[in-house]
Write a protein of this length. Sequence first.
Length: 424
Amino acid sequence: MSIRINQNKNTSSLRLNVLYVDMNSFFASCEQQVNYYLREKPIAVCVYPGKYGSVIAPSIEAKKCGIRLGMRLNDAVKLCPDLIPVETHPNRYREFHKEIMAVLRKYCEDVVPKSIDEAFCNFSNYRLVEKDLVDVAKKIKRDIREEVGDYLKCSIGIAPNEFLAKLATDLRKPDGLEVISPENIDTVLSKLTLSDLPGIAKSMAMKLKTFGIETPLQLRHTPPDELKRRCKSMVGLYWHYRLNFSEVDIAMTDYKSMQAMRQISKAQRKNVQSLWDLLASLCLTLEKRMVKQEVYCREIIFNARYEGGKYFHEVIRCDSPVQEGTQILGLIKNRMKLHEQANSGEPVVNSAVNMMGVNVFNFVPDHAVQFDLFDKNVERHQLRKAVNKIREKFGKESIKKATENHEKEAMTDAIGFGSVKHLY
Ligand SMILES: [Mg+2]
C-alpha cells in the first residue's frame, strides 16, 4: 500500500476536498433526542449508573458544568448536583449512526465512518463537478435535524485533507462549521499549541519541543529536510505534510474494520484459563491481519455474551494506534479491571461466557503512525513485518511467537467470522 503525498507547492490549485462530520456529545444527544424530559439538562451517559460507574458521555449542558469523560459518577454529582445519570443504549446509537451515514451518502459516494460519531466525506474524486462544500455542509446539518433527529447537532470541518478537516471540527463546538484553507491556515494554527492537533499527544509535543519545534506554525514552515535532520526520523514529517495540505491519512478504503470472534461451548467454558488463551488468540489473529494490511488501529471493541443473554460491550479508544496482539489484549484487560472494580469484582471472563469477539477499526496506515522514538516500537514493528514475510514465504507454521505455542489449542480453531473482508 502506498501513501499519496500530494505536496502542493502551488496552493492556488488546492481544492477543499474533505468534509468531516463530528456529532456533538453524541450518546447524550441521542438520549435527549428520544426522551424529551432530558433535553437542555445536564445528563451523563454511563454504562453503569451506580455510584462508581463512570461517565462515558456527558451532554453539552453537563460539559458546561465541568463534567468530563471518564469521571466517576459520585465525583461528577458533587460537581453538578442536578446531573442526571442515564444508562447507555448502544443499539440506539448504532441506529442513529446508520441514519446519519445515510444522510451523508446522499451527498457523497465516498463516506468513511471513523467511529460511531464521526465520519468524513471524501470528495477528491469529484473532479468535474465543483461542489460548494459549505453549502453541502449546511444541507447535511439540515437533513440530520429534519430526517434523523431535531436534537442532534454536529460540527463540520472542511479542508483539503482529512487531518485538517478533522482539526476544523475541533475549532468550534457545538454546531460548528469551519473551513481551513490555504488563506486562513496560518491564522488558525497561530492560535493552537502542538497538543491541540488531533493525534499529537502531550509526550509527542514534548519530544518535538526537544527538537526545537515549539508550535504548529513552526511545524508547518520548517522545510522537510530540516525536520528530518533535526528529528533523525520520520517523526514530525507526516505532521508537516498534513499541515501543508498533503493527504497522508486517506489511504485505507478497503478494510474499515476487522473482527475475530468465537462461540464457546459448554465444555470449553468450564476452564476459564482456556478462555483467556482464546481471547489472546483472537487478538493475535487481528494482529496478523493488520500486519498484512499494513495498518494500525485506533479503536477496539470487546464483546462478550453470557448464558442467559447478558452482554458485555466495551469500546476502547487507544491513545496511540496499536497493532500488536499483546497490546490489544492488555488494553482489553485494563478495561475489564476497571469494570470489575466498579462492580464488586465479578470477573468479566467467567464460566458463563458463550461468545467472545474483538473488533479493530479506525485504521491508520503504518507509514503514518508516529512511533515513540524512545520506545522499542520501531524494532517491534519491523519484527512483526519480518515474521509475516517468513510466513508468506515458508508457510503459516514456519515461525511462531512463544505465546502462540502456549495457546496452541485455542489458536488452531480461532476463525474470525461476521465479516469476510479479511479472507484473502
Ligand atoms: Mg463527537
